[in-house]
Design a binder for this molecule. Structure first.
Ligand code: SF4
Ligand code: SF4
Length: 395
């Protein structure tokens, strides 16, 4: 694949951009580089009236030029949130020129959503996001990370203030649709409640080729016209894994993870973290996939063989009640993933430090691991957790 850089992107688009902001009229134009990958397939986003590209953008950028590149290539949904340190502001740098062309998902910070948060606190928070995003409206305002017991139970999202705030924000023209995101252990239960009670227009959930069990939730969503978006689609594969049989094929293997989601037909779109021009080009190249070819299946089988028993699946909480020590299995294994696979060591260590001492993985040493008997994926929980404890206790 031809390497895309800020320089090559802007050299190629200089004529269009005249050395400055791309005019909004170019939003649906082809990418400036000849043969640059672009979105090839658009699908209805539930009943929102939007058609969005099959690949959508998550956070991860530090250069606003990457956002311009993504939008010019046809990506027309961006997923941002208050929790993504500075990402709203970055989106705000380019959003005015793309505003009518791009569907913005924004999310309230998870600790803000409590059983007692007030309507006015939520509306104030919304105004802060609007300012950062440099816009007067957000297409879909979401509850971020529901289904994580560390923030509380179902009573959080049953707080009527949330729905009063959404209703008022809609009347004021500040939001158009509402929804929630989750990859937590109570994802199915809490998303199900929101859909049953007609609270969500859009759901954003953790799902990939190594997870199962979301189909009934998606069926329920579709029956009500709720838009379905996948995240966590790359599993542990954000960084290259040392799989001998895949040497030289890491790009293909990452792309196969995305292709699986596209070919599954389960979702309206998927959001992927896109930090760079190259990543955007790599992911855009799979847009339009409707079938998974044999070589891609082979690559996914190799990845599954390599990480299947290491990887704690998003949205699963099957071992939640099996640990007599109440160890925060899913959280701690995710922090290990930040450290080991996302190469965000500091984040992993900081998050682990916030786990109450009695719920850390130090309890796993010498434990007979009853948790492993109930894991539907055969994750070697004790081994992974004792390793996580060593890794994340580094100072
Ligand atoms: S190994 Fe034991 S202490 Fe650790 S999570 Fe499993 S049941 Fe809990
Ligand atoms: S360790 Fe297994 S059972 Fe526990 S949350 Fe992860 S995938 Fe589910």
């Amino acid at each position: 694949m031809t390497k895309v850089t800020r320089r090559t992107f802007f050299q190629a688009s200089t004529a269009a951009a005249a050395g400055a902001a791309l005019p909004a009229a170019r939003a649906t134009d082809q990418p400036a580089q000849p043969n640059a990958p672009k979105i090839k397939r658009f699908k209805a986003l539930g009943k929102t009236g939007w058609k969005v590209g099959d690949i959508s953008g998550g956070s991860g950028q530090t250069d606003p030029g990457v956002l311009d590149y993504m939008f010019q290539a046809g990506i027309n949904l961006i997923d941002t949130g208050q929790q993504y340190g500075g990402h709203e502001e970055l989106v705000g740098k380019v959003l005015p020129k793309w505003r009518s062309k791009v569907f913005v998902l924004d999310k309230w910070d998870p600790p803000l959503i409590t059983a007692t948060v007030t309507k006015s606190a939520l509306l104030e928070s919304l105004d802060v996001s609007l300012k950062k995003l440099n816009t007067t409206y957000i297409d879909c305002m979401m509850l971020h990370s529901i289904g994580h017991p560390r923030y509380g139970g179902l009573e959080r999202i049953q707080n009527p203030a949330i729905y009063e705030a959404w209703d008022e924000a809609k009347k004021l023209g500040k939001i158009r649709f509402t929804g929630a995101s989750s990859h937590g252990v109570k994802m199915i239960e809490e998303m199900g409640w929101g859909i049953d009670n007609n609270r969500f227009d859009v759901i954003l959930i953790g799902s990939n080729f190594l997870t199962h069990g979301v189909e009934p939730l998606l069926k329920k969503a579709r029956a009500k016209g709720v838009a379905t978006i996948a995240m966590k689609t790359m599993t542990l594969y954000t960084s290259d894994l040392n799989i001998r049989a895949l040497q030289g094929q890491h790009t293909n293997a990452r792309q196969a993870c995305l292709k699986w989601v596209l070919a599954s037909g389960l979702f309206d779109t998927l959001v992927a973290r896109i930090p760079s021009y190259d990543t955007a080009a790599e992911y855009l190249a799979v847009s339009g996939t409707t079938k998974l070819a044999a070589p891609d299946r082979g690559r996914l089988d190799l990845v599954a063989e390599h990480i299947g028993r290491d990887y704690c699946r998003p949205g699963c909480g099957a071992c939640l009640d099996a640990c007599p020590q109440n160890v925060r299995v899913a959280d701690i294994l995710r922090y290990r993933m930040y450290f080991e696979n996302y190469r965000e060591q500091k984040l992993g260590i900081e998050k682990y430090r916030q786990v109450p001492a009695g719920q850390r993985a130090s309890a796993c040493e010498g434990c007979p691991a009853p948790c492993e008997a109930v894991c539907p994926y055969g994750v070697q929980i004790r081994r992974r957790l004792t390793g996580a404890h060593q890794m994340l206790s580094l100072v």
